[in-house]
Each structure stands twice: as C-alpha cells, then as structure tokens.
Ligand binder design. Structure first.
Ligand code: SF4
Length: 337
C-alpha cells in the first residue's frame, strides 16, 4: 500500500512490497538450508525535496532496503518505481542512465574513498564513467561541487588521508552531488563523525536539499539525528516497516509499541533534560532466518496478545498520514472517495 500523504504530488520514489532474502547455505554441496529475511515486504514513498528517515536497531534490514532501492542488490520481490517508471527488473545496462538520478553516501567516508586517488579525481570519476562533459567542463563541475560542500577547489589535489573525517564526508557528498541526482540514499552517513561535525554535515545536507530539491532516504539508528533532518520517518523492525508518519507525530504521539520503546531512550529537549518514561524491551532481537510468527515483535512486546502470535498485522492508515502495523490499532481512516 502507498504510504505517501494523499494530498501530496506523485512521489519521486515508490517502493511496494519490497523483499530481499539471502540464502543460508550449508554442507559440502552447499545446499540452501534457509533464508535470511533481511527485508520482508516493505512499502514506502519519497517525494521530491523530501527526507524520509528510516530507523531501527542494527540488523533490522534498513541498509539492505537502501541498497535494494538503488538496485545495488537485486530485490527478491516487490516493485520500485522512480518517477512512476518501474525499475525493479531493469538490467545493469538499463539502470546505468538512471544511476545519475540515484546516488549513495556511505557511512564510513574513509573506506569508501580510494586512498590512491586525489579528492578531485574521486569527485570527477562519476562524470568520466557517465561520459559527461569535456575534461575542462568536468574540472569546472568538480570545482563547483567542492565549493558547494564547503571545500576549497585547490584541495582537489590532496589525498583522502590529508582530510579530517568531516571533510572526507564532504568529499563523499560532492561525489554524490556532481551528477545532479534527485535522490540520495544516506546510509548512516554521519554515524562515524563527532557530534559537532555531525551537525555541520546535517546542516549542509539540508542546505543542499533546499537548493537542489534533493530527496533523501536517510538511514540511521540515531533518533536525534533523524528527528532533526527528516520530514517523515519510517520505523523498521526485523525486515518490516511498523510505523510511518511525519516527524512531529512520530516523536510526540507514536502508535507502535516498538516506536514507543525506541523513543523512550531519547532525551526530551527541555531545559530540565527530562526523559520519556524508559521502556526496556525484554529479550534479544530474533534471528531474521526464522523470524517469529504473527507480529515479528510479539516476543518482546509488553502489550502482546494471543492474536499477535498467529496473525501478522497489516500496515494501515490509522490516522490521516499515520500508518502503523499493530493489532492494538485497527481503526483506520476511510479510503478517499
Ligand atoms: Fe505488540 Fe501485538 Fe502490536 Fe505486535 S501486534 S506490536 S505484539 S500489540
């Protein structure tokens, strides 16, 4: 089902029922003995110029979802549409022109930059791969991208180890930006940075979004960062999206017990430093190889009922623009006529 606000224009990206399973192999003849359900039927959408935060504990499948959206890993099932065009089954060659539109910023700016290439060559490489411009024009675009991300054009001759962590992430952003994308998947892109540098990079991303009408799929486990940058937020648990709504509603009136538990550890921004009532989740995150029946969250949910063990709740629109999958919430809004 679409989780895009009904009144908004058609989304830039629509993802429906996305699944990504990885085979578990064993034995001398490497038989497939199971499947890791990394992404298990995920649906969401992102509009032009919008940031969708995708949050959840480590291993919940959010990074795999991001890679599947970019078709850096082939989806097992589901549909991905970019500007209404179904790109799910496009070949690598067919995807190539679309790669200019969809870029990725990695978590670790150091390991994602080739240490033997200068910063300028790293940012220029995508232009060369896509055959864009003459050598002189590429040089101009690289200089422009450098200055747009807060680096000096003369720093293009330096190597990655000669930059600080924050500057290296700026090189990663310039590399993503130089092709003029409309969507960037930011996969934990500030997690490895100090808090003060995180804020600078987040502010830079927000400025770039405004200037270029960029859409971000912002994958993170840090809810404070997600709250700052996102327009809407999707919460993932064990391969499924359990709640999606706008930032304000998610942080002030969450509906799903898992979202409540995640938010309970985030300080409330008031001078007294008050906290929400802390909810401690029992048990470990179950294995995605054999996820629990019914609602995947039921073994840890403090409000689980008998029904939760056998019946998987559907993601439905409980309030206008507020989607949740939980048997506690079965009201739903009437579909638009
Ligand atoms: Fe908890 Fe049941 Fe809701 Fe799942 S469906 S979150 S187990 S109350």
């Amino acid at each position: 089902m679409s989780t895009h606000p009904a009144a908004a224009e058609a989304p830039l990206l629509e993802v429906e029922g996305l699944r990504k399973y990885f085979p578990v192999r064993s034995g001398i003849v490497t038989r497939t003995v199971g499947q890791v359900h990394a992404v298990d039927g995920v649906s969401f959408s992102i509009g032009s110029g919008e940031t969708l935060g995708l949050v959840g504990e480590s291993g919940c499948g959010k990074s795999t979802a991001g890679k599947a959206v970019l078709k850096l890993t082939e989806p097992t099932a589901g549909t991905i549409r970019l500007r209404g065009r179904d790109i799910t089954r496009l070949s690598k060659a067919q995807m190539r022109p679309l790669r200019r539109e969809m870029q990725l910023i990695f978590q670790d700016p150091f390991s994602s930059l080739n240490p033997r290439m200068t910063a300028g060559a790293i940012v220029r490489e995508p232009l060369w791969i896509h055959g864009i411009g003459t050598a002189a024009q590429r040089g101009e675009r690289v200089a422009e991208a450098f200055s747009r991300v807060g680096l000096r054009p003369e720093q293009a001759s330096l190597f990655p180890h000669q930059f600080s962590g924050g500057q290296r992430q700026r090189i990663g952003i310039a590399r993503a930006l130089v092709l003029g994308p409309s969507l960037i998947v930011c996969d934990e892109c500030v997690s490895a940075l100090d808090v003060s540098i995180q804020a600078q990079v987040i502010n830079l991303l927000m400025d770039l979004q405004e200037e270029f009408d960029l859409a971000f799929l912002f994958i993170a486990h840090d809810l404070s960062v997600v709250e700052h940058i996102s327009h809407r937020v999707a919460v993932m648990y064990l391969g499924r999206i359990v709640e999606v709504t706008d930032r304000r509603r998610l942080f002030t009136s969450p509906l799903h017990p898992y979202t409540e538990a995640l938010l309970s550890s985030v300080p409330v921004p008031d001078p007294g430093g008050a906290r929400r009532k802390r909810l401690i989740l029992e048990g470990d995150v179950p294995s995605p190889i054999s996820p629990p029946s019914g609602c995947h969250f039921h073994p840890r949910c403090p409000r689980a009922m008998e029904r939760c063990r056998v019946e998987a709740p559907e993601l439905h629109e409980e309030r206008p623009g507020h989607f949740v999958s939980c048997h506690l919430h079965t009201g739903g809004v009437a579909p638009a006529s």
